[in-house]
Design a binder for this molecule. Structure first.
Ligand code: BDR
Ligand code: CA
Length: 310
């Protein structure tokens, strides 16, 4: 099984990413490190605990940094609800324990105590925790197997015309991760906007009486319409694409090139730039940028996994 650390900020789409990961025997989730992003840290930790309870798994949960490295936290409650998981209000108060080890320390410890190349970082929120770990312990970078990140939009942003929410929330952290030297795969909006959870794609879950199927459908129905194309017929499931790519590498295609994230205040703050032609001087750090997905196949496999919960 692939050993994973999932760094996330649940968040409606993060929630589905976690449920997909927990349902997948190919994955061994060593820890969940929690970021501030879609809502404040206290809520993202509560939401993570409720999801762990809902799935009936036992995974260490490590709260991380409550704010980005330099910017003030600006949440996305208008999309995910004040709780960060609108549509999941029926979940009981959390029982899952919270580790007293900070997310940054957990990332460093796990990477140092596993063999180099053993752990994949699956990142679905602002990259503050991973960046802070890389600053504190640069020796971990060459031990990371892969960093798979949802963030950026090469053609277009969703938080501003230039920037995607995760990269804009903490552009300095995204920049640090891009320059870490660890193998990097970026899943930007160019791909995730194709992964719309339309009623047809969610049809396998309708009428299914499990708590997971019903919670998934009610969260999808509650997902805010902002940040969607006018003609969309469902919310984009950005974050599950990270887990999907680790599980099913056949589903996505992309290009390798230099990448950078703009950290300067102004209209391009948080922008992901991809240098397909290698013209940047000096050359930019390389990443694989996934640009297309077989979205129908992805949803078929995602629903199949969610139906494994009893
Ligand atoms: C990203 O921003 C968040 O709102 C989502 O959870 C996702 O990680 C999409 O831009
Ligand atoms: Ca997220």
């Amino acid at each position: 099984a692939h050993k994973l650390i999932i760094d996330c900020d649940p968040g409606l789409d993060d929630a589905i990413a976690l449920l997909l990961a927990f349902a997948s025997p190919e994955l061994d989730v060593l820890a969940i490190t929690v970021a501030a992003g879609n809502v404040g840290l206290e809520r993202t930790v509560t939401n993570t605990r409720q999801l762990v309870d809902l799935a009936g798994v036992s995974v260490p949960i490590h709260p991380g940094c409550p704010a980005p490295l330099f910017r003030r936290l600006e949440t996305a409650a208008h999309i995910h609800g004040d709780s960060g998981m609108r549509g999941a209000e029926h979940l009981p108060p959390p029982q899952a324990p919270v580790s007293d080890e900070h997310a940054v320390q957990a990332i460093i410890r796990l990477l140092r105590t596993h063999a180099p190349g053993e752990i994949i970082l699956a990142c679905t929120g602002p990259l503050t925790n991973l960046a802070a770990a890389l600053i504190q312990a640069p020796d971990i970078a060459p031990r990371i197997a892969r960093i798979v990140v949802m963030g950026g939009g090469v053609a277009q942003g969703n938080a501003t015309p230039a920037a995607e929410f995760n990269f804009l929330t903490d552009p300095h952290a995204a920049d640090i991760v891009c320059r870490s030297g660890a193998p990097l795969e970026i899943i930007p909006l160019d791909l995730t906007w194709q992964a719309e959870a339309s009623p047809a794609r969610l049809a396998p879950l309708t009428g299914v009486q499990t708590a997971i199927a019903q919670t998934t459908l009610s969260m999808m129905a509650a997902y805010g319409r902002r940040g969607r194309h006018v003609d969309s017929d469902g919310p984009p499931l950005h974050d599950p694409c990270v887990i999907g790519h680790i599980l099913w590498p056949d589903l996505m295609t992309g290009k390798t090139g230099g990448v950078s994230v703009d950290v300067l205040p102004g209209p391009n703050e948080g922008r992901l730039t991809a240098d397909w032609w290698g013209v940047a001087k000096p050359p930019l750090p390389q990443a694989k940028v996934l640009l297309d997905i077989d979205a129908d196949a992805f949803f078929a496999r995602l629903c199949d996994r969610l139906l494994r919960y009893s």
